[in-house]
Design a protein around this ligand. Structure first.
Ligand SMILES: *[C@@H]1O[C@H](CO)[C@@H](O)[C@H](O)[C@H]1NC(C)=O
Length: 357
């Protein structure tokens, strides 16, 4: 016993000492806190910065930031009042991830409740689950104190939807169905191929359909935010009302851990935005964080994750932003010009970075 203790005690002290030194290094470096977000969602980044700068932890700062975007209805694609589905309804997808504990909470296709990121936090902190969906997610969120049921439609979303209905529900996300060019009801088309919709006719590449008619710069602007707090803990969150004219029940990349966001205290974080139906097949943010874990710089990790998707789907539109534990950040994109926002201690206000494809 005694000899073992003699060996362990100094080791223990040494470990304690080095932990303290690491913490001091964090405080002294001036790198933290730091907030990074997809798009120029300045008010959201300011809200997260204010929270984390006055000592909130990364998880709560992410909630403050994403909530600000939900309240402001950033670009009409976050929070209530945007992106009507085929039935004209607005639903919410959101995710929260704690990079210290790898806990995740998410809601998908949530109806009648506008507070996506707060619902995600309730799932993370008050259940042993990771994701709740649809109306059951709404019932849970309301039972845990969020307001609702709320009508998530706005006059803008209803007008948009009415115009789309008048245009025979074109464009839409159906494929290989009959009848073509109508609002349905649809049936599967047995004979696949030779049934190109309006969108795919323009620029189809082999069997991969062009989605640019549906997925434009203003149909999919997920907020995906990463925060590193003063203690060096990392958290990420996302919030979106999804793709406009989506089929009811569709869940995008937003609430999928590793797709629209991922965080690990040991490495850093990633946020993604774009054509979620395609991107969620590649878990780009998991890829970015794992590449950085292997030693890749954020810029290369971001470019690599995007190019993996582009090789299979040359028409896809999307972007990722990566940040490592040194506070180094970079973005990469495909099919559109991407912007992300950063607030760190060396800046007077939020700074917007532009990334070309
Ligand atoms: C929800 O709000 C929209 C827009 O104001 C309105 O057109 C719609 O009728 C409302 N739906 C219900 C069920 O009240």
């Amino acid at each position: 016993m005694a000899p073992t203790n003699l060996i362990i005690a100094p080791l223990f002290l040494l470990t304690l000492f080095s932990l303290v030194r690491v913490q001091e290094g964090v405080e002294d470096s001036g790198k933290y806190p730091i907030v990074v977000s997809t798009w120029p969602f300045l008010e959201a980044v300011r809200a997260a910065w204010e929270a984390v700068d006055k000592g909130f932890n990364a998880v709560d700062a992410v909630v403050e930031g994403c909530s600000a975007c939900e309240e402001l209805r950033c670009d009409g694609t976050v929070g209530p009042g945007g992106s009507p589905d085929e039935n004209g309804e607005t639903t919410i997808d959101a995710l929260l991830m704690n990079g210290a504990t790898m806990e995740v909470g998410a809601v998908a296709s949530m109806r009648y409740v506008k507070d996506g990121i707060k619902a995600a936090r309730l799932v993370m902190q008050h259940t042993k689950h990771t994701m709740l969906v649809g109306e059951r997610a709404s019932i849970f969120a309301i039972s845990m104190g969020l307001s609702g049921p709320t009508n998530l439609s706005s006059s803008e979303s209803m007008e948009k939807w009415t115009r789309w209905k008048e245009n025979n529900c074109q464009p839409n996300f159906r494929k290989n169905v009959v009848p073509v060019g109508s609002c349905g009801p649809y049936q599967p088309k047995d004979n696949l191929g030779h049934n190109k919709g309006i969108c795919s006719e323009a620029s189809s590449i082999g069997t991969i359909e062009s989605r640019t008619c549906l997925v434009g710069p203003h149909s999919h602007d997920t907020i995906s935010m990463a925060v590193i707090d003063k203690m060096g803990h990392v958290a990420v969150g996302t919030s979106t009302n999804g793709a406009t004219f989506k089929i009811s029940g569709r869940v995008g990349d937003g609430p999928i851990a590793g797709s629209a966001a991922y965080a690990d205290d040991e490495v850093g974080a990633c946020g993604a935005t774009g054509d979620g139906d395609i991107m969620m097949r590649f878990l780009p943010c998991y890829q970015v964080v794992e590449s950085m874990r292997q030693g890749m710089e954020p810029e290369l990790a971001a470019k690599d994750a995007i190019s993996r998707i582009a090789r299979k789907f040359p028409d896809f539109m999307g972007a990722v932003v990566a940040i490592n534990k040194d506070g180094v950040h970079a973005g990469a994109c495909h099919g559109w010009t991407f912007q992300y926002s950063v607030r760190s201690p060396d800046m007077d206000d939020v700074k917007v970075f532009t990334v070309l494809p």
